[in-house]
Design a protein around this ligand. Sequence first.
Ligand code: ADP
Length: 460
Amino acid sequence: MPSWFFGLQFRLVLGFTLALVLALGSISWYVGVAAQREADRFQRQMAESRAARIEQIVERYYSARRGWTDLQPAIEQAGALYGWRIVVTDREGRVLGDSHLQFGRPWRQARQGGQLFPVLSEGSQVGSLAIAPSDAPEIAPEPPLSRLVSAVNRSLLWTGLAAGATGILLVSLMARRVLAPVRLLGSAARSLGQGDLARRVQAPGRDEVGELARTFNTMADSLQKAERQRRNLVADVAHELRTPLSNIQGYLEAVKDGLLQPDSATIDTVYQQVLQLAHLVEDLRLLALAEAGALRLNREPDSMVEVLRKTAEAMRPRAEAKGVTIALDVPPDFPLVEMDRRRIAQVVGNLLENAVLHTPEAGQVTITAEVAGPSATVTVADTGEGIPPDLLPHVFERFFRVDPSRSRATGGVGLGLTIARQLVEAHGGTIRAESTPGKGSRFVFELPLSAPGSTHEHRG
Ligand code: ADP
């Protein structure tokens, strides 16, 4: 089958043509039938009134003369006038006058198809009158009305054909015009599929096709953005991997060249770099899993209080070494939260680590837990340096660091908060950051609570 056969334009025109043929066909059939019916009715009425008139004439003729004398010329005249064969017979059936006497077939043969009327005079029958269609060309027969009907049918056919052809032409032009943007869209989609993500289409119309074009452009925008993000991600990952790798390379080369002793201090330094590298790779793996929605969570009702207390304890030595205090403000009957304990501990640990890191000596980090409606809200607030308002919206983005040089020195690559957000969202929760530069920051995350009524006391 040729490809145009499957094209929308061909199908539209075909559909329209079929509809048109059907409509015109049924209209002309109906008009034809109705015209024929009317013509038949009219012709019947005409014949009836003509017969009545001829009958009247014949009866008057008989009454005026009291007999049938010289009937023949009068009958011939009437026959010529009406274009019908008129025959008058007496009561015994003998022909007294015949309009076609000279031309037609003998009356006996021609009488079939004629109408017979009695001729009455003063109440008694004096003869019979027969009227039949003219059977001789010399007396021009009346033109049948069916000719009018066929003329009507013919003009209907021609008008229908002309209207149909114009309609088909208009529809194919319209289909072409309507489908032009669809074709453009098709070619744009092909280019997009072949990797030209910058390709867009014009979407001027407010109709469905215009809407489709706009949707296409939005989709292309998202694809382009995703592609850009993917490229940036690869570049960022390569960049972050390069730092510890080139450090390791530098140390090993120095050892190889005899510039550095392969003693335990050197090995320890290299080992730290390897740990950092492994940590980075693990973070990336976790992030990839979470973003793909493939992170498996072992969620069960668990004690948030315990998680917060343990994480704070683990962080306390580092905080104290810096002169930062960690305060825990959690109600003891805090309800259980449906969560993967290890992952939420990772989130809290990350927030706490950031808070301690960005809080100067004599500062304070406060962990608060509250129940707010159907969720548990945990806040990690510090009295640290804070985050500039213009950078605040970016802190949860991958590889984002407020001060790249400083964070690199501490080993942070800007993945901690991204992972924290992914983990919280995987739990059906939300996380946000608030900050006043110079005064401190607050990181707040909310998790849905487990079934009401279960508190951490129930765990025994
Ligand atoms: P990193 O692993 O580098 O710490 P994060 O994703 O945890 O990355 O944090 C991103 C950036 O947000 C950090 O580089 C830091 O500058 C900023 N930040 C995070 N927490 C705080 C905080 N409590 N106070 C000030 N700045 C913070």
